[in-house]
Design a protein around this ligand. Structure first.
Ligand SMILES: [Mg+2]
Length: 234
């Protein structure tokens, strides 16, 4: 029986979450620069932006949740709401700046998590089939894999807009009798979809976005501290 190892990309193979936090700092700075002496305090801006972003999570179509536009839109809306409230003109320049700050977050550099290349090379050498199963805009996710050259360590890559159960079900269909593992940093989008399909799941916590967290469907999964520990499992 062949073992199929499916890896999440963001915050499993490359660090991603912390780049967003840096971007949000830049967005706050852009808003303060634009509102000048009328600007509210940093924590007030952040709180409002988080509220607006959370609201888009509930109202945007599921297929567009992981597109950069949703976050850019939330930060532009945050700026606009303050400008309106303070009766200041809404500057096109500020809106463009915020949008480009958010979009640049998806650009290189991409930082491969230490130990990833050694671990995946080792697993490939042992004969395991390796797949990437990632959420997000396929063009962006594919670029991360090609720029980092991580693509060469994988037999195939699957891109899902909002639900990994779709590619995982396809993989299960492709390898009906094999042992399939989903390895990732998010209970909500890696572990639970695998458990829903009765696949094996390995959770490696990384990144602190609240949406990574969720109540696991059951406790039938393995938790590791670091991706390098996979070498001891297989
Ligand atoms: Mg992830």
């Amino acid at each position: 029986m062949e073992k199929i190892l499916c890896f999440d990309l963001d915050d499993t193979l490359i660090d991603d979450n912390y780049k967003f936090e840096i971007t949000f700092c830049e967005c706050i700075k852009a808003i303060i620069n634009s509102l000048e002496t009328r600007s509210p305090q940093i924590d007030d801006i952040l709180k409002r932006a988080r509220e607006i972003e959370n609201r888009t999570w509930d109202t945007w179509p599921k297929e567009r949740l992981y597109k950069p536009e949703r976050i850019a839109n939330a930060w532009v809306k945050t700026y606009e709401s303050y400008a309106k409230e303070l009766k200041l003109p809404i500057r096109k320049h500020t809106k463009n700046l915020i949008e480009s700050l958010v979009l640049s977050n998806y650009d290189p550099p991409y930082f491969i998590i230490p130990g990833v290349i050694e671990t995946i090379s080792y697993l490939k050498q042992k004969g395991y089939r390796t797949y990437v199963v990632t959420l997000g805009q396929s063009k962006i996710q594919r670029r991360k894999l090609t720029v980092t050259k991580l693509i060469k360590y994988f037999d195939d890559a699957f891109y899902a807009t909002h639900d990994k159960r779709i590619p995982l079900a396809e993989i299960k269909k492709r390898h009906p009798s094999d042992d399939i593992y989903m390895i990732g940093n998010s209970i909500r989008t890696d572990i639970n979809p695998a458990l829903d399909l009765n696949l094996k799941a390995i959770y490696i916590e990384r990144g602190n976005w609240h949406r990574f967290k969720a109540t696991p469907r059951n406790n039938d999964f393995t938790t590791l501290e670091n991706i390098t520990e996979l070498a001891t499992l297989f």
